[in-house]
Design a protein around this ligand. Structure first.
Ligand code: NAP
Length: 265
């Protein structure tokens, strides 16, 4: 058995990408705390992982869109000093157009995709900084860059996670805390059914398995990448995009409006 790397908290661990993270992290030497709503599925996964890897696996059934449940997970992150990795993976999405979507469903999506990872990060990171060691992996999406592809609130929630990760790395990257945002493209999980569309409707050539996605994302993690986009083959597109952002950043605040906005009378 590998030496312990501490405890990893994986949200949305009952299926899909989160369940693969749980397996891979246990294989690497992490003990686990698995979070999702479906306790039976979490228990079954915990038994499977702990008997295969010998790691300690705890189940914390919680609805992360529910403030009381979320507070329980936050308390665990604040109090358990063995926790060294937080994987903010739980999330929902849909392909339904913005204005055809019910505002209450959109609000709930923001609760789960934005508020929960924000609060969990706030609960975990001060301890990581104090101990000079820890990591946060935020599972975003390629729709963070291309919000026209699916529902816009979903895209906005994932763009938030990218911006949050960039800022977090800027603030705590030199304090021993590693930050990574992972941007999966279409991945073969229950995500699609839950969002109202079968994954079988998508062309096979754009759909990755959850196993390939997580294994690639962990290669990026091991390299210390801030942004990891496993399905993007031509990395020069990302590099050009990021270079343009960096070049623009120092020019974005100015006492006078740009000449193109001056009234010409
Ligand atoms: P999934 O198989 O549907 O997994 C979603 C996980 O989130 C499940 O474990 C689910 O478990 C949990 N979850 C849902 N609502 C929850 C709640 N209110 N409280 C706590 N846990 C909740 O889909 P997935 O593809 O693995 O999704 C994982 C992440 O990848 C999501 O953030 C998603 O946005 C992102 N992503 C997916 C794709 C894709 O094409 N699949 C692409 C880009 C990004 P319970 O039902 O047991 O709560």
């Amino acid at each position: 058995m590998n030496a312990s790397l501490g405890t990893a908290v994986v949200t949305g661990a009952s299926s899909g990408i989160g369940a693969v993270y749980a397996q891979r992290l246990a294989d690497r030497g992490y003990d686990l705390i698995l979070v999702a709503r479906n306790r039976d599925r979490l228990n079954a996964l915990a038994t499977k992982i702990s008997s295969a890897s010998g790691r300690a696996v705890e189940v914390l059934a919680a609805d992360l869109a529910n403030p009381a449940d979320l507070a329980t997970v936050e308390a665990k992150l604040r109090e358990d000093a063995t926790i060294s990795l937080l994987v903010n993976n739980a999330g929902v999405g849909t392909h339904t157009p913005l204005l055809d979507s019910k505002i209450e469903a959109m609000n709930k999506m923001i609760d789960l995709n934005v508020t929960a990872p924000t609060r969990l990060t706030y609960a975990a990171v001060p301890g990581f900084v104090a101990r000079g060691k820890g990591a946060v992996i935020n599972i975003a999406s390629i729709v963070a860059i291309a919000p026209e592809i699916l529902n816009g609130v979903y895209g906005g929630s994932k763009a938030y996670l990218v911006a949050f990760s960039q800022s977090l790395k800027h603030e705590v990257g030199d304090k021993g805390v590693q930050v990574q945002a992972v941007l999966p493209g279409a991945t073969a999980t229950e995500f699609w059914e839950a969002g109202g569309m079968s994954v079988d409707m998508l062309p096979k050539e754009i759909v990755m398995s959850a196993e390939d996605l997580v294994d690639a994302a962990l290669v990026g993690f091991d390299r210390g990448e801030l942004i990891t986009i496993p399905p993007l083959h031509a990395v020069e597109h990302w590099e050009a995009y990021e270079a343009a952002r960096q070049a623009m950043a120092p020019q974005l605040s100015h006492a006078t409006p740009a000449e193109r906005y001056l009234a010409t009378a």
